[in-house]
Design a protein around this ligand. Sequence first.
Ligand code: TYD
Length: 334
Amino acid sequence: MKLLITGGAGFIGSNFIRYILNKYSDYWIINFDIVSYCANFENLKDIEKNPRYKFIKGDICDEKLVNKIFQKEKPDFVVNFAAESHVDRSILEPKKFTRTNILGTHTLLETARKYGVKKFEHISTDEVYGTIKKEEFKETDVLLPNSPYAVSKAGADLLARAYYKTFGLPVLITRSSNNFGPYQFPEKLISLFITNLLENKKVPLYGKGLNIRDWIYVLDNCSGIDTVLHKGEIGEIYNIGGGNEFTNLEIAKFILKELSKDESFIEYIKDRPGHDFRYALDTRKIKKLGWKPEHKFGEAIRKTAKWYKENASWWEKIKSGEYLKYYKKQYKNL
Ligand code: TYD
């Protein structure tokens, strides 16, 4: 089986590639990635030379190149991870998100329709639903995304569905909750907080830190994506949630404790504009396929903190980059 993975040099994509190569000895992978700021060749150093792995650099919006890849490689499955993924960046540069996430996905869908694929799995997010005070989002709920990022993901998600409904493209969609784990770019809550504390810096908590997210260890999301790819019903959408709901303040306290720091390391800062209060997913549908999260939250956080401690050279290089300083400055000016 040949898989075309887009965005495979990013956080979830690189974890997924490693997961698939380990699990299926007869699967071949083509990783198509633009390698923008948050992607990193070092994420895949250990498998670079694997004979069942091939890398192609490029943009999912580049029709000519995407056509060439489909024509030449004839993938059986496509798994589309490629996306701009950080909400704060989407507040600063919204159009970039529309281009990559909507137009890029559209280009892939159209090309997959032209050449034919066995399955096209689109990786979406729980953020397409918007925010929910009580209870949990079901796959059939109305989409009310609030940030430019979430809107761009909702657009891509709906286009993928339309390609199933209108053209019969064998589409599957997963919507996962907030991921954490090794190789996450240090701009998201958990990766940023762990690395800041390892540098003896404070952790910036938006507002009062009372917003709630449902966290999933990245390998549990990978097994969910794999389950949907192999057992999911074509044309269906599946939520993938870890069932670990915590306020950001609770998360900060877990990490502080893990790294032996006290609460004086928390810095409360101005809230994110349009900040969604809570995300929560009903995961009964994917559980019917036999999937469940295998990693306990506390252990997974410990494992993640250990990984960042042991792989300081990976993130120190990233964090010393000028672009992070630039984005921080822009954000303060909003
Ligand atoms: P994030 O990791 O950016 O994911 P998302 O916004 O897609 O859910 O943020 C998770 C939560 O943590 C969100 O409520 C915003 C908050 N947060 C902070 O309080 N400080 C930070 O520095 C970051 C990056 C996020």
